[in-house]
Design a protein around this ligand. Structure first.
Ligand code: CP3
Length: 345
């Protein structure tokens, strides 16, 4: 089963004949077939909680581009939603939540209905594990506690996560309780995804880059270390990928302390530094600039070869440094896929 999946072989530290690839946000608004299904479902959240639609949306990019892995279609904010926080996705605005920014509001959240609420997501995983071609791996995911907390506390996305950083400084005890709740619920959620059939897990810490080093250790590294420990206690062999976006040189500590199996590297990180400092530690995913995928042409081609050439001596999974942008022409994704599929190490 496992041995014909290049993605999983690479995560085990092997060097496969061809570099496997997938893209963050590979299912989404740049695909007309996605827009059609979203319209039919009603809204983005309706799509996430409808197993038939979510299954279809997950498969859409695989059918077009032959990626080596599919990522479960859902969102990192289904966890606060399942804990009882209000959530809506407004077109053009992104997620909107009623802020949880004090102890009283935190106490109103509960894990009681966690699995019941997330049951449609588990059903999607189960559908996908049957429907995916057997050389394509299925990635389950969740947001890391810090990143999810920034949306929970602030109530929407923000440039510098200032409200949440302030809360962490001013009311450390309450903020620690929020992080602890997220560590427990996220661990349970990810364990259930493995039980239902995902082959690997990715944890997105999209906003880890705004924290000073000590805060990074407390709110990003330590919670992730616990999540990895909790998952391994039940499933010792499932590969876990961390994405501490913007962490820079702190990625090294992150890998050593959290004991993740692999890391995803963001756009700003130099590929020669990754080759010298990170590839000796663990397999790496990354790190094409999603804007190059929008602009296309010779610059895109050059950047793809640059990444492939720099990382070919190690266990490398080709990916983006962040998610696909809605303006991306699907032909550019096709061009990159073709280069990777034909690239010889
Ligand atoms: O193909 C895939 O990658 C799988 C699905 C996936 C989505 N979100 C679907 C989505 C994944 C893995 C995520 C992760 C996610 N969600 C992150 C971490 C990765 C990152 O982007 O940094 C974060 C921070 C979120 C929270 C979130 N979801 C925001 C801030 C937004 C609004 C901004 C935006 O891009 O629209 C979303 C919406 C969202 N999540 C969409 C999709 C396809 C767009 C929804 C739509 O159809 O309008």
């Amino acid at each position: 089963m496992t041995n014909n999946k290049l993605f999983l072989q690479t995560l085990k530290g092997q060097q496969t004949e061809r570099v496997p690839f997938w893209f963050m946000r590979q299912a989404g608004r740049y695909l007309p077939e996605y827009m059609a299904l979203r319209k039919e479902a009603g809204s983005f959240l309706d799509l996430c909680y409808n197993p038939d639609f979510a299954t279809e949306v997950t498969l859409q990019p695989i059918k077009r581009f032959n990626m080596d892995a599919a990522i479960l279609f859902s969102d990192i904010l289904v966890i606060p939603h399942a804990l009882g926080q209000d959530l809506a996705f407004k077109v053009g605005e992104g997620p909107v939540l009623t802020p949880v920014d004090n102890l009283e509001k935190l106490k109103a959240l509960s894990m009681e209905k966690l699995h019941q609420h997330l049951n449609p997501v588990y059903q999607t995983v189960s559908n996908l594990s049957e429907k995916l071609p057997n050389n394509v791996a299925l990635i389950g995911f969740a947001g890391a506690p810090w990143t999810v907390a920034t949306y929970m506390v602030n109530g929407r996305g923000s440039k510098d996560q200032a409200e949440t950083r302030l809360m962490a400084y001013q009311d450390r005890e309450t903020f620690q309780k929020l992080i602890d709740l997220l560590v427990t619920s996220t661990s349970e959620y990810l364990i259930k995804q493995v039980e239902m059939g995902v082959d690997a897990l990715q944890v997105f810490d999209s906003w880890s880059g705004t924290l000073p080093a000590d805060e990074f250790n407390q709110w990003c590294v330590e919670p992730m270390r616990k999540i990895v420990e909790n998952i391994r206690a039940v499933y010792p062999d499932v590969p876990i990928i961390g994405f501490p976006k913007g962490a820079g040189h702190k990625i090294q500590t992150y890998i050593k302390k959290t004991k993740v199996n692999a890391v995803s590297i963001d756009t700003s990180t130099s590929t020669s530094w990754v080759r010298d400092k990170i590839l000796p530690l663990c397999p790496v995913q990354g790190n094409l600039d999603p804007l190059l995928l929008v602009s296309g042409g010779a610059a895109l081609e050059k950047a793809v070869y640059h990444i492939l050439d720099h990382l070919k001596a190690g266990s490398h999974i080709f990916n983006l440094g962040h998610g696909i942008i809605p303006q991306t022409p699907p032909e550019n994704v096709k061009m990159v896929s073709d280069i990777i599929l034909n690239y010889k190490r």
